[in-house]
Design a protein around this ligand. Sequence first.
Ligand code: SMG
Ligand code: MG
Length: 377
Amino acid sequence: MPIAPPASSVALEAIELRVLQVPLVSPFTTSFGTETVREVIVVRARTTDGDGWGEIVTQQAPLYSSEYTHSAWDVAQRFLIPALLERRSVAPEEVAGILAPFVGHRMAKAGLELAVLDAALRTDGRSLAAHLGAVHERIPSGVSVGIQRDPAALVETVGAYLDEGYARIKIKIKPGRDVGDTAAVRDAFGAIPLQVDANSAYTLADIDVLAALDRFDLLLIEQPLQEDDIVDHATLAARLRTPVCLDESIVSAKAAADALALRAASVINIKAGRVGGYLEAVRVHDLCRDAGVPVWCGGMLETGIGRAANAALAALPGFTLTGDVSASDRFYPRDIVTEPIVLEDGHVRVPTGPGIGVEIDTAALDEVTVDRVELRR
Ligand code: SMG
Ligand code: MG
């Protein structure tokens, strides 16, 4: 694949962070809890040539990962942003290296890197999709369905998404809500493209229940065990017919390479926030592609900022499985960008405008902003 020319450096004048609380259209329940409002941080990089936007995809509480809104809020202001502002100019490709001395906090770093990337690419008049190496104009759209009240409610919810045209269904599972829920969806809808996500809710002691899912011909089972259970995932993968996909465990390209070497997964979910940025996400893509391992783009209930960037990432050639890049209205009655992602014939369009390719709806953004801070050079 041709290597994209590097993006320009930008001269940072200030970085603004906002905490948003965006109401969800319906509660979203996973094995670790229920959300009714998406609490997330938006980043604005102010440069001498204009602004760039990013999103820090942490949640309100450290349940999906160790990061959470106010850990990102704190580490960004105390350490990450000062390190960036110290530089006279910064190229997007330099951000990860500048922030590398600070251990962890990948989602916070990813949101800052995206804002710098967006500012630089807007200056260059180039799209993020082109910069990352996208090869598709639109991508098939999958939807992640939370745990519902009971299997009948799940069937109703899945049916509504299928009617909208979603190309693939993922259902969340947890102990006690696994085989029965999956059976209900298979019975109701037959051989639809279907996968399940456990968000780390099981242990190897549950191997028989997880093996019972084999009869449903699932595309994959996502993150059945804990984040650091790489060896146990390998043990499990050897016992299951259903392909094991890792999400939470894959925190870097190195972690992906290790997981593949240990045969802990045969599919990888790529999320830019979880791996520290879109540029590292491309490296995970590249190494999986070289290894012949299929990948797909995960989601963190992104606003229009991260959703546009995810659509760009998911258009790379190795993303051969349908990802969780759904329409904005799957989560939000009102998005914070002027052109929210929409579903067209089961697909979403990859933005082609400069940078992330979408503009901020400032009135909508202000309405959901609950806290705001600006750090200047
Ligand atoms: O953005 O469509 C989306 C959500 C997809 O299920 C989704 N994400 O583990 O893959 C996952 C979860 C993480 C967020 S759960 C709060
Ligand atoms: Mg997941």
